[in-house]
Design a protein around this ligand. Structure first.
Ligand SMILES: Cc1ncc(COP(=O)(O)O)c(C=O)c1O
Length: 410
């Protein structure tokens, strides 16, 4: 039986949230950049280092055995979290960025050639733009874009023009970090598959607030990061269909990823280890597994319900601030827990500085989405992003802080 979700109690499970900043209790509204970590995850990482620390897949001593079991059990947890058909479809990476680069290089260099097209969107984080620019330059392929409408949603009216028989890969975010737009990934994947393209999803913001089912989404690659979902930094994963991983060349060479090494050539370990050269981030993987345990224990339905109610409250209050412009989809059905905004003539950096003095942490800048900023003809926005530990009091503190911004810029 699940107990009722209590956001105040939830907040108390995150030690970093218990502090004061500039003399005020911290209000952390920057979870889209990185989430805070619950005590439960921190304890598992400590426990691992204090008792089981050893290298994996190498030793036959007890600690190495324990470390290997912990590392592989974490893989199973994370693979189940996204409903992978098999644990071996989950490759550990440093995060979303490395996972996308892995696909761009290990899959891209062998499958994309001159005259082919790579399709992305204007909504993407730089991590899902730059690797494709590099691949396009190396292969002489053409990079094409799905444009945005005035609410920062993908403009699918021109999809037939940009998604063609020449498209080899569609690389698209599940959820935008800069605006919170939730993309219709399943529909896009069906359209891409009809023209024979494979589909890579940047799930950095997608696998965070709810449980993702990669099989139901019908995609081929899904990349995500541990640190955005209550796990540690420096760990993430690439999920891919097994047949794709098996057909792909290694991304990096080194220890762990080989079967036999000869003088002139080597053979590769089976997947997923073929893509995990060198000593991996074992504690990170264990921590990401613990984050999945934590989120599962809290209950995905409770998280979704809480964040929806919080966003309804936050959007109403933020929209009522005189002089504010909120970017992104109007409907909460199409928006994740992100509010990107500008306020009159105040520069977003000034907004963030004034809020920081009040103990309220928001992000200001282009959010690694310069094309989105260009689309809305702004240099930057301020962004408040919410997670399971945020409360309506946090929203009230944000509104109070925005009142200070208005006073100063009046
Ligand atoms: C949508 C999106 N894609 C990619 C990334 C990159 O993730 P990481 O820095 O964890 O590799 C982020 C991080 O902010 C993101 O929000």
């Amino acid at each position: 039986m699940t107990t009722r979700f209590d956001p105040v109690e939830m907040r108390s499970r995150f030690p970093a949230l218990a502090q004061e900043v500039h003399g005020r209790p911290l209000v952390y509204l920057d979870s889209a950049a990185t989430s805070q970590k619950p005590r439960a995850v921190l304890d598992v990482i400590d426990e691992y280092y204090e008792h089981d620390n050893a290298n994996v897949h190498r030793g036959i001593h007890e600690l190495s055995r324990r470390a290997t079991v912990a590392y592989e059990e974490a893989r199973t947890k994370v693979a189940r979290w996204i409903n992978a058909a098999d644990d071996s479809e989950l490759v550990w990476t440093r995060g979303t960025t490395e996972a996308i680069n892995l696909v761009a290089m290990a899959w891209g260099l062998d499958n994309v050639a001159e005259g082919d097209e790579i399709l992305i969107s204007v909504l993407e984080h730089h991590s899902n733009i730059v690797p494709w620019q590099i691949l396009a330059a190396r292969t002489k392929a053409k990079l094409r874009y799905i444009e945005l409408d005035d609410q920062g949603r993908l403009d699918l009216s021109t999809l037939d023009e940009v998604l063609t028989e020449r498209t080899k890969i569609l690389a698209i975010s599940h959820v935008s970090n800069s605006l919170g737009t939730i993309n219709p990934v399943r529909t896009l994947a069906e359209a891409a598959h009809r023209v024979g393209a494979v589909v890579m999803v940047d799930g950095a913001q997608g696998a965070v607030h709810t449980q993702v089912d990669v099989q139901a989404l019908g995609v081929d690659f899904y990349a995500f990061s541990g640190h955005k979902m209550c796990g540690p930094t420096g760990i993430g994963a690439l999920w891919a269909k097994k047949e794709l991983l098996e057909a792909m060349a290694p991304y990096q060479g080194g220890g762990e990823m080989i079967h036999i090494v000869g003088r002139d050539a080597s053979t590769w370990a089976s997947v997923p280890h073929k893509f995990e050269a060198g000593t991996p981030n074992i504690a990170g993987a264990v921590g990401m597994g613990a984050a999945v345990d934590f989120l599962t224990d809290v209950g995905v339905d409770s998280i979704v319900e809480h964040e929806r109610a919080l966003m309804e409250y936050a959007m109403d209050r933020v929209r009522a601030v005189p002089g504010i412009t909120v970017y992104g989809p109007e409907s909460l059905d199409e928006r994740s827990a992100v509010i990107s905004f500008t306020l009159g003539d105040a520069h977003p950096h000034d907004i963030s500085t004034i809020l920081d003095a009040e103990g309220v942490a928001v992000r200001a800048g282009h959010h690694c989405a310069q094309l989105v900023m260009k689309h809305f003809e702004v240099a930057a926005t301020a962004r408040a992003s919410f997670y399971l530990y945020n409360t309506t009091d946090d929203v009230d503190r944000l509104i109070e802080g925005l009142g200070k911004v208005r006073e100063i810029f009046a």
